[in-house]
Design a binder for this molecule. Structure first.
Ligand code: GLP
Length: 249
């Protein structure tokens, strides 16, 4: 389950190749995408490889994991803005190919229901990319979220608001709520790769390793899935026992 690479750049290189191979084999792939600083090198590597070896993305469909409630798509910290900035615009994907929860929803429960339904209608997610919060959240599924949850509105924990506050000018500006794909939606993906890099994720990975599937540690839900890989750099893997690790390069 735990794969160790020499650096975040080595993870990005490997994972982007893996994604491109998936799309070459199955052009109508439905990809589940994540945001966060961990994903930035992955998207940069993907763009670099596509520039060197172009690929037809006209049948690709993407669904993002989550979005803050209350931020317009134009807000620099909205995940919509992040995705356009780091990936979508450079790939030239059409608006109809990419999907994010609508953070400016008025009937949010309805929107959440429709988001999960649209993914199911598209045949489910073929490949889900995940980062992880320091408290073990995946998407914005905070500790305590039921494993059978579908897309829903969450109140962000104080830990998450503080973690993500580094991207905002002040804590007052950090949204209090978000929409996230549910854990059941994530587990329905056919293949999942979670990436964690840096010393600040080492304790989280240690907790994940030691916790049997338990809603208090949302990422532990992945232990219920048959096709999950966790890609770590040496810093994030530093607290795990050697016997749990598979070294890639
Ligand atoms: C946010 C996102 C998560 C992401 C996490 C980790 O909270 N909702 O999907 O996994 O950040 O972020 P980073 O990669 O910046 O550590």
């Amino acid at each position: 389950m735990f794969y160790v690479f020499s650096s975040p750049a080595a993870i990005a290189e490997h994972l982007s190749q893996q994604l491109l191979e998936h799309i070459r084999n199955q052009p109508a792939t439905t990809l589940g995408l994540a945001t966060g600083s961990t994903m930035e090198p992955v998207y940069a590597a993907l763009l670099k490889q596509i520039a060197q070896d172009p690929i037809d993305l006209s049948q690709l469909t993407t669904y993002n994991l989550d979005e803050y409630i209350g931020l317009p798509a134009s807000h620099p910290q909205s995940y919509n803005h992040y995705m356009h900035h780091h990936l979508f615009d450079a790939l030239g994907l059409k608006a109809a190919q990419t999907h994010l929860p609508n953070g400016l929803c008025t009937d949010c429960d309805h929107e959440c229901h429709d988001y999960s339904a649209a993914i199911a209608q598209a045949g489910g997610l073929d490949f889900q990319l995940l980062g992880v919060g320091s408290n073990g959240h995946i998407g914005f599924n905070e500790p305590g979220t039921a494993f059978d949850s579908r897309t829903h509105v969450v109140e962000l924990s104080e830990t998450t608001r503080i973690d993500n506050g580094r991207f905002f000018d002040s804590m007052d500006e950090v949204p209090t709520h978000a929409i996230t794909l549910g854990i059941r939606d994530i587990l329905d993906a056919k293949e999942i790769v979670l990436v964690a890099t840096g010393e600040h994720k080492a304790a989280t990975m240690d907790l994940l390793y030691r916790t049997p599937a338990d809603p208090q540690m949302p990422a532990s839900a992945l232990k219920l899935h048959a096709n999950v890989r966790i890609y770590l750099d040496p810093a994030a893997a530093s607290r795990l026992p050697e016997e749990a690790l598979y070294y890639v390069d």
